[in-house]
Structures are given as C-alpha cells and as structure tokens.
Design a protein around this ligand. Sequence first.
Ligand code: ADP
Length: 268
Amino acid sequence: MYAAGIDVGSTQTKAVVLDEGGRIVGRGIRMTGADVVRSSEEVLAQACASAEIPVEAVEYVIGTGYGRFRVTAGDDQVTEIGCHARGAVHLFPHTRTILDIGGQDTKAIRVNEKGEVLDFCMNDKCAAGTGRFLAAAAEVMGLGVEEIGPVSLESTERLKITNVCTVFVESEILNQLSRGRRREDILAGVHRSIAGRSASLLRRVGMEPELTFTGGVARNPGMVAAVEERLGLAVNVSEDSQYMGALGAAIFAVERARAGASRQEASR
Ligand code: ADP
C-alpha cells in the first residue's frame, strides 16, 4: 500500500510518496506556476516515478498548501499548518515549535508531542521576511537563491540592513554595493534581518525548544546560521525540510488508508 501528500505552495509544489510502513519512497518538486492542477499532477507523477511505482498504486492522496483544493488526485485536504506540524514531529519527535519559511509567507507553529497544533502565527500580508525577500536580494546580486546562503557565511563585517520591504531592499543593496560594501556582508545583513522578523513571530507564538526549521528557505545554510545566532540555540533541519508539508500530508494519507482498510476488513 502506498499513500501520498501533495503540497501546492505559492512558489513550489512538492509531493511525497510513503509506503505502508511510513517510509519515504518517492519525492517530486517543481515551480507551481499558473497551472496549479498540472503542477500537482506532475509532482505526483515524478514522485511515483522515483518510487518506481505506477500512479494507480497510490491508494490515498491528501492535498495541502494554498492550492490544496485544486489537487485533482486528492481524496482529502489538510491545512499546511497541520501538515508541517505532523511532518516535523515525525522526523524530530522532540519538536515543540516550528518555523516554516516558504516562498511568500512565514509561520511559527507550536505543537504538542503528537504533532497537534496548539497555536500558530503567520506573516502572509507582505513578502518581508519570506523567501521572496531573499529571492529579491539574490536577484540584485546576480546570484541564485541557493548561492546567497553560502556567500553570506563568508561575511567578516557586521552590516545592518534597515529596509524590511522587498521593493526598497533592492535599492538599499545597490546603494551599499556602490559604497564599496562587500556582498558577503550585505547578504549576511539580509539574512539577519529575516531572522529578526522570524524571532518576533516565534515570540508571539510562545516558542519552546526544540525548534524545527521547515520550508524551502531552511535549505539555505546562511538562514539556518542566522536563525540559530538570533535565537541562541541549535535548530533541527532535515534534508527534507522543503518536503515537510507534503510529508505531513502523506502521513495523514497513510493513516486514512489504513483506517479504510480496517473498516473494510471489519465489514467482511
Ligand atoms: P511555498 O510552499 O510557499 O511555495 P517553499 O516552502 O516550497 O514555499 O519554499 C520556497 C522558497 O524556498 C523559495 O523562496 C526558494 O527561493 C527557497 N528555496 C528553494 N530551494 C532552495 C535552496 N536550495 N536554497 C535556498 N533557498 C531555496
């Protein structure tokens, strides 16, 4: 028996396929783009291909993320907050708080030991403090989003980025560059600025350790370092951080598939 979770995020769509024992056997990822239905179908096909199973072998699919109601293969939907919580506690059982930084929003989520959501807080009104802010900084510097974190770790001089607005930060960066400031130091300042905004969200939700950092931005080592420095503690980060919502959805899907199978068994 196989089950899948599909997380249709504002920026990227992710899928995870689990086997009956809850092991990850396949993953798929692509930019969400304008055609949400197609993206969700493609990542499921990709995840099944990497698991070397036909799509028909997947018994139960749960959709999550902002586009979850457009997941045509979905048997049900669960919010991304519930899915990140479930996925994070599955991989790091001592997780009590989650910081999820995605393409266009940031969330702080407090959970219990079962991965149930106790409280959450999110910043989705503007791109400040999200992956979009980092992407804007990367663009001005002519770097890819995966390059800016490692570059920021080379910083030797502390420099403060004052603009929190994604639009204005571009001119602040250009201004700093024209004054001869090094890109390493500017980028470290950009990362610290996002870490500061994340810390405020975490305070609002009443952060308790352990903290697990999820979402695509957790793949950025500069961001992980900035968050750890700001909070003064080590955070959990998985290789699958960007798949955390899809993983949580897939875990719910396995449970529902199992519950359906035992109901059928009982009625026989
Ligand atoms: P959403 O669910 O909102 O679409 P994700 O959690 O998938 O967002 O994260 C997307 C963000 O992650 C984008 O802003 C992207 O720039 C960033 N990202 C993805 N891969 C990497 C990487 N390898 N290094 C740094 N940032 C990354």
